[in-house]
Design a protein around this ligand. Structure first.
Ligand SMILES: NC(=O)c1ccc[n+]([C@@H]2O[C@H](COP(=O)([O-])OP(=O)(O)OC[C@H]3O[C@@H](n4cnc5c(N)ncnc54)[C@H](OP(=O)(O)O)[C@@H]3O)[C@@H](O)[C@H]2O)c1
Length: 291
């Protein structure tokens, strides 16, 4: 299968790298072309527009920041629809809200293109190892056509339901991540302020039932103040916007999601957007004690 990747940021580059290393023919486009260039050395063909990607691909995976970026690469000038052909499937791996996702899928359908939502859990390093968890929303037959590609990048794939269903599931997942990062941050801060070694705090936590992948893998880096990005804090803040928007659309009351968004929004305003999302700890540490 010829696969196209549109958006070669942190996640898109890793997905493209994995597909190349597992023998797929990969065509890539990125708005800022320099970010796609390193993939050329791994065998990708770098082209000038989303249209050129779709012309050359059976499956186009879009991995861009938000819903407006998804729309612009799909329907803008030289967009994906301009390169449409029989059998083309588009899979959107960006984290967007289910309402926008459904509208985008309906618009694609008007051009005879099947779109599925295929958000993932796991960051760039798991993508490169083919260990993502993939969630699929949309026509099952469209997913089945491309199953081999998803099997290359994911160790587990869940078919969730109709268009937008996988995006809802993904947002419910990212809510866990956003809040967990706050919780571990505050634990480390409290331990440090009490004169305790934050690494000892993590060792105790990780000896209990309450340990998580985050406390095991990201925790030690947080304790040392290392926030090299695998997922930008600004992108997590965008996800919290999407979570709160979805809650409003579907009538869910999520007070913690609302408070979390305020904290991440303030962190972005204070210049913490381009570090890892776990850097929310660095922002919290700068706040003045309230008691
Ligand atoms: N990183 C992760 O661990 C992870 C995991 C799961 C899901 N995701 C989701 O995957 C998506 C990409 O995340 P990322 O971590 O790769 O972010 P990133 O490194 O910031 O990359 C963002 C990508 O979106 C492109 N983009 C942004 N606005 C655009 C627009 N208006 N038109 C065209 N392209 C546009 C960027 O192009 P430029 O280079 O030109 O700016 C870049 O390719 C997000 O929706 C994110 O929530 C990320």
């Amino acid at each position: 299968m010829n696969v196209g990747i549109i958006g070669t940021g942190l996640l898109g580059s890793a997905v493209a790298t994995r597909l190349l290393s597992t023998g797929h023919t990969v065509t890539v486009y990125n708005r800022t072309k320099e970010k796609a260039e390193p993939l050329k050395r791994l065998g990708a063909s770098v082209v000038e527009s989303p249209k050129k990607v779709s012309e050359k691909s059976d499956l186009v995976i879009t991995i861009v920041k938000d819903a407006s970026a998804v729309e612009s690469i799909a329907f803008g000038s030289d967009g994906i629809i301009q390169g449409r052909h029989d059998g083309l499937v588009v899979a959107d791996m960006s984290t967007i809200n289910p309402v926008s996702s459904r509208k985008i899928a309906e618009k694609y359908a008007q051009y005879g293109i099947q779109m599925i939502d295929s958000p993932v859990m796991g960051g760039p390093s798991l993508a490169e190892k083919g260990q993502l968890v993939v969630m699929i929303g949309g026509e099952k037959t469209a997913y089945e056509k491309c199953k081999a590609v998803f099997d290359s990048i994911g160790e587990k794939t869940f078919y969730i339901g109709a268009n937008g269903a996988a995006d809802s599931m993904k947002l419910a997942m990212n809510l866990q991540i956003a809040i967990l990062a706050l919780s571990i941050s505050e634990g480390i801060i409290l331990a440090k302020k009490s004169g305790l070694d934050p690494l000892l705090f993590l060792e105790v936590l990780n000896s209990t039932y309450f340990k998580t992948g985050m406390s095991l893998l990201k925790g030690p880096k947080m304790a040392k103040g290392v926030f090299e990005p695998s997922f930008f804090l600004s992108v997590m803040q965008k996800d919290l916007d999407e979570i709160n928007y979805t809650a409003k659309e579907f009538g869910a009351s999520l007070p913690v999601a609302r408070l979390a968004n305020e904290l991440y929004q303030n962190a972005v305003k204070e210049g913490f957007g381009k570090i890892d999302y776990t850097g929310i700890m660095a922002y919290l540490e700068k706040l003045k004690a309230t008691t």
